[in-house]
Ligand binder design. Structure first.
Ligand SMILES: O=C(O)CCC(=O)C(=O)O
Ligand SMILES: [Fe+2]
Length: 324
């Protein structure tokens, strides 16, 4: 059984020019406009030239370490991918989302279930999982695919998530994509080269990730939840969100999530545990964590909290579970 709002594509809603209440955040849910004013004079995100990481001079490696320590993400340069190549990827994504609805629906993430009904699956085209009437929906459609990069091997799954944020009549009232951390070891994120919107939570304030302009593409590496667990919190997954574009704009992005093999046990690496720094997370199977992500995401919670993976985690108060 899928929720009745599951089949509602944001692109179709946007075409009507209305903003249904299902997308509107309540004031206490942290509307983006309220937060944007608070980030003047914000620090800018760190940049790492990955072509220099193996240099005898350790300065770039030091920058990497510091970026991971303090931000959990960095902008990448020196990766060797040309702007026309990256542009072609985003162009293909735009091309897909601009196809007629019927063509895209062939790849729908709502599929036939064994019981004769319909069910949601993470892979495919559509909106994120809708569980309840109360869930405030994000202003984006997505195409989520398992990908098989040559060099990562067969068993480590990687997922590509193309996200399309249609024009929005009131971007100040909605989440393009709600605050979250990523379900990955690391995520590589290719941002729209024209339209900004990604923000990272740093020391309690939202910081904009800028568009570079001049046809240059912003590529980020982001620490995911699994890295946080395996590194025993030496590296923490940054909370990030996306502001919806305005009425005249649309935005696309591509996130590639590198995940552990489903059968692997996820736990802090033994070398990173000692008397001064005991294990901060409990052991669990990567598959259990990955499944829990979708339950947590629908509630607007971190998987680490939802599954109580922290060693001293106690039962969350009821409000934390029912709120969003
Ligand atoms: O659209 C973006 O810039 C971010 C996407 C994102 O955070 C995600 O897909 O997990
Ligand atoms: Fe993300």
């Amino acid at each position: 059984m899928v929720h009745q709002a599951q089949g509602l594509l944001v692109q179709e809603v946007a075409a009507d020019g209305e903003l249904p209440s299902r997308y509107v955040l309540k004031e206490q849910q942290g509307r983006p406009a309220a937060a944007a004013a608070a980030q003047r004079a914000a620090p800018s995100i760190p940049t790492v030239d990955v072509s220099r990481l193996a240099d005898a001079d350790p300065s770039e490696a030091d920058k990497l370490r510091s970026a991971l320590d303090s931000w959990g993400l960095f902008a990448v340069t020196g990766h060797g991918m040309t702007d026309p190549f990256l542009d072609a990827i985003l162009g293909a994504a735009r091309g897909f989302f601009h196809l007629p609805t019927e063509a895209k629906q062939e790849y729908s993430n709502v599929v036939d279930a064994d019981d004769g009904g319909r069910k949601f699956q993470p892979e495919g085209y559509g909106v994120d999982r809708v569980d309840t009437d109360e869930q405030v929906l994000d202003w984006c459609d997505r195409l989520y695919l398992q990908v098989r990069p040559d060099k990562v091997g067969d068993r480590m799954p990687s997922y590509a998530r193309f996200t399309y944020y249609p024009p929005c009549p009131r971007p100040d009232l909605v989440h393009g994509l709600k605050p979250h951390t990523d379900n990955s070891v690391v995520t590589v994120l290719l941002l729209d080269d024209q339209v900004g919107g990604l923000q990272v939570l740093k020391d309690g304030s939202w910081v904009d990730v800028p568009v570079l302009g001049d046809g240059r593409h912003q590529l980020l590496v982001v620490v995911g939840d699994e890295m946080e667990i395996m590194s025993n919190a030496a590296f923490r997954a940054p909370v990030h969100r996306v502001m919806a574009p305005g009425e005249e704009a649309e935005r696309v992005s591509l996130a590639v999530f590198y995940q552990p093999e489903p059968d692997k046990v996820l736990e802090p690496s033994p070398e990173l545990i000692d008397g001064d720094r005991p294990a901060m997370y409990k052991k669990l199977q990567a598959k259990v964590f990955a499944d829990g992500f979708w339950d947590a995401f629908a509630l607007g919670e971190r998987t680490i909290d939802f599954l109580k993976v922290k060693v001293d985690a106690v039962d969350p108060p009821a409000a934390a579970v029912s709120g969003a």
